[in-house]
Every structure is written in structure tokens, then in C-alpha cells.
Design a protein around this ligand. Structure first.
Ligand code: PLP
Length: 393
């Protein structure tokens, strides 16, 4: 028997991946330098040299079993301790190693978080625009993803949230800084969200967990920091990834951190070890765990993203696009010049501009530009945007 569930999913493959494959095929035809591939969120800047040096040093100085053996199922103790200490120092938290679970990126952390605090049939609410992979991540746990419509400034649409926050909801999933809008939730937004969740917990008589997906936590513009979500709500599960901050997506490394103020953090982290047994998503590479533990407070040189954002924001605004200025990430999410963003992105392809329509992010009428590309290419793409606007609108 062939699984009907996964067979049905073949009909709904990732639009982003499909556009990225189109861009690669087109690059083979006309040369990569002539395709403005803004489809995929693959970091463009190199990994910090200190990370590579640490990997080499570990390979040269540690035993084969230490660097290539199975890691303990919750992660290497010294690594979990280092993660907890770093979060405490940076964000004034009180984590211990017992609150930290090492994962295969944010995807792995989310897979555990959803299973920790929801069961089949429960609802998890998130906010448009949202990362489209939330659908498979959530749907395959048996829970349901509810999507709160976007607010004009891409903070939270509280009236809609209040309407949708029914007793069926057991978790709320936030992503700040946000893919695809680049919005960073303000302290005021997070305080209001926490107060609302606490009020609804009392009204419903059950827990509502906040799951914070934060792979872009370090990519914030204007010298600012993103407010640390877990500080605002005791029942928060932070899902972090080194994919974007250290440009390490292929190494599949991240962690889940349960706020100890929840009172059940050590139990939840222990439960993660059991979830891993079920989903086979366990024991990230020992070598990579040890290496990231040494560079927890380093990032790749992320400055190019802010440079690219400023160029695109200024030039596209001048061309007449309506845009909420991103506070971070490497995405910008302008309104398309026609209601049908799919038609718009098809027209853009004629100019070799590969843009992702907002429909896939739950926000039709917008489009995403993933500007994790070289600045020189961003500058060259502006003429393509000008031609597109001249010819089509
Ligand atoms: N969450 C968001 C919002 C993302 O944009 C991504 C990747 O692009 C992920 C999760 C998955 O990240 P990872 O590579 O760490 O699994």
C-alpha cells in the first residue's frame, strides 16, 4: 500500500521550491548572472571563520567517538549548558541545561514543540503572512493550523485573533522577525498577546502555549534587537536555528528552549527525547553541536541584508510599490500592483525576476523578495523592476 497522505501532498509541492527550480533551469539557459532569483531563503554570506576553525580543531583534537558518535538523545550536556548560559546572559532568562533540547534546525524544534503541547484535532493559531511549511509541519501531527488574517502593519490583528481564539486552540505560533514580511514584533505587541493568552487560559480552564519560531532572531536592522518572546509569557517554547544567523542551513542545527517559568520545562524537554524516538528526527551531529557551542554569540556578517533591504525599499517605493519597511530578516513583502499576485509574478518572470506570490504565505495580493543575494545583483535587478512596471502597468 502506498500512503495516500503523502501521495496527495505531491499535488501541493512548495511553490518556493518550484520557483527556485525554475530559476536554476533558467540560469542554465541564460547564465546565473542574468537571473534575479529572489525565491529561496538560502543565506548568501559565508559562515564565520571561527566556526570553520573550531570544526577543524575538534576534528584534530577530539576522539572519533566524541565528534562522530551518537549524541545523547537530548543533546550534548556541555552544549545545552552553554546554550542556556548564553540565553541567560543575553536575554535575562533563567534557563538551565535541563530546559534545552538540541534539534535539527528550527524545523526539528517545531516538530517537537507541536507534539509536546497539542494532540490530534487541537488547533494551533498562527498569523498571516506565515512560512508556508507550517502547513505540513502542523498537518502531519494531526493538529489543525488556523491562520489569523494579517494586520496592515504586519504586527498582530488582535480583533481577528480574539475572534479565532476558541477553546479548541492549545497553542499559538509566532515568527518574529517574520518570514516573509520582515516585521519584528514590538514589546507592546508581545505584551498584549501575553495578556490575551493569559485571559483566555483562565476563561477556557486549559493551557495555551506560545511557540516562538525564531530563526531570524539575530537579523534585525537599525542596530536594534528583537524583543525576546519568552520573556513575555511563561509558557513559551522557543524554537531557534543557526541556519540563518551563522549561514549554516545545511548543517541542520538548532535547539528548543522551554521557559522554566512554565514549571514543567524539564519534563517537556525529557518528553522531546521520546518524541524523537517516534519521528526519527533525533541526535543532531555531535561535531556540529560542539562547534556551535563555541560560537553562540557570533553571527556571520549579516550587514549585507540591511544594505539590500534599504536599496530595495527605497527604489521599489519610488516605483510606486506599497511596502511595510522590514525591521529584520532577508525578506521584503511589497503589495503587488494588481490584486492577483500570481499573475504579477508570472509577468515578472518575463524579466527574469523570480518573485514568490503572497498567496503561499496566506497573504494574496503581496509578493516576497528573498534578498539574500549579492548587493551587486540587487542593484542590477532594479532595471528589471523598472521595465516590468513600465511594460505591464
Ligand atoms: N521557520 C521559518 C520562519 C523559516 O523561514 C525557516 C527556514 O527558512 C524555518 C523555520 C526552518 O529553518 P531550519 O533550516 O532551521 O530548519
Amino acid at each position: 500500500m502506498i500512503s495516500e497522505t503523502y501521495k496527495a501532498m505531491l499535488g501541493g509541492k512548495s511553490v518556493i521550491r518550484q520557483l527556485s527550480e525554475y530559476a536554476s533551469a533558467r540560469a542554465a539557459e541564460i547564465g546565473a548572472q542574468n537571473v534575479f532569483d529572489y525565491s529561496l531563503g538560502n543565506p548568501s554570506v559565508p559562515v564565520p571563520e571561527a566556526f570553520n576553525r573550531r570544526v577543524i580543531e575538534l576534528l584534530e583534537t577530539r576522539s572519533s567517538i566524541e565528534v562522530h558518535g551518537y549524541s545523547p538523545s537530548l543533546g550534548i550536556s556541555s552544549v545545552r549548558e552553554a546554550v542556556a548560559a548564553s540565553l541567560n546572559r543575553r536575554f535575562g532568562m533563567h534557563y538551565t541545561a535541563a530546559d534545552i533540547f538540541m534539534t535539527s534546525g528550527a524545523a526539528g524544534a517545531l516538530a517537537h514543540a507541536f507534539r509536546l503541547v497539542t494532540g490530534p484535532g487541537d488547533e494551533i493559531l498562527t498569523f498571516a503572512p506565515f512560512f508556508p511549511e507550517y502547513h505540513p509541519y502542523v498537518d502531519l501531527t494531526g493538529a489543525r493550523l488556523g491562520v489569523v488574517p494579517a494586520s496592515a502593519d504586519f504586527q498582530i490583528h488582535f480583533d481577528a485573533l480574539e475572534r479565532m481564539l476558541t477553546p479548541a486552540v492549545h497553542a499559538v505560533l509566532v515568527n518574529t522577525p517574520n518570514n516573509p514580511s520582515g516585521a519584528v514584533y514590538s514589546e507592546a505587541t508581545l505584551m498584549r498577546l501575553a495578556a490575551l493568552l493569559e485571559e483566555k487560559e483562565r476563561a477556557f480552564g486549559h493551557d495555551i502555549w506560545l511557540i516562538s519560531d525564531e530563526p531570524y532572531r539575530e537579523i534585525v536592522f537599525g542596530g536594534k534587537e528583537a524583543p525576546y518572546v519568552s520573556r513575555f509569557y511563561p509558557k513559551t517554547i522557543a524554537c531557534y536555528s543557526f541556519s540563518k544567523s551563522l549561514s549554516l542551513p545545511g548543517e541542520r542545527i538548532g535547539y528548543l528552549a522551554v521557559n522554566p517559568e512554565s514549571g514543567v520545562s524539564a519534563m517537556l524537554v525529557n518528553m522531546c527525547g521520546q518524541i524523537s524516538r517516534g519521528i526519527g528526527h533525533n541526535c543532531p551531529s555531535s561535531l556540529i553541536q560542539l562547534a556551535v557551542a563555541d560560537v553562540l554569540e557570533l553571527t556571520a556578517d549579516l550587514s549585507v541584508y540591511e544594505t539590500n533591504m534599504n536599496i530595495l525599499y527605497d527604489e521599489l517605493t519610488a516605483l510606486g510599490f506599497e511596502i511595510v519597511r522590514p525591521g529584520g530578516t532577508f525578506y521584503i513583502f511589497p503589495k503587488a500592483p494588481e490584486a492577483d499576485a500570481v499573475a504579477f509574478s508570472q509577468k515578472a518572470l518575463r524579466h527574469d525576476l523570480v518573485l514568490v506570490p503572497g498567496d503561499t504565505f496566506g497573504a494574496p495580493g503581496y509578493f516576497r523578495i528573498a534578498y539574500c543575494v549579492e548587493t551587486e545583483k540587487v542593484v542590477r535587478s532594479l532595471e528589471a523592476f523598472r521595465r516590468l512596471m513600465r511594460e505591464a502597468y
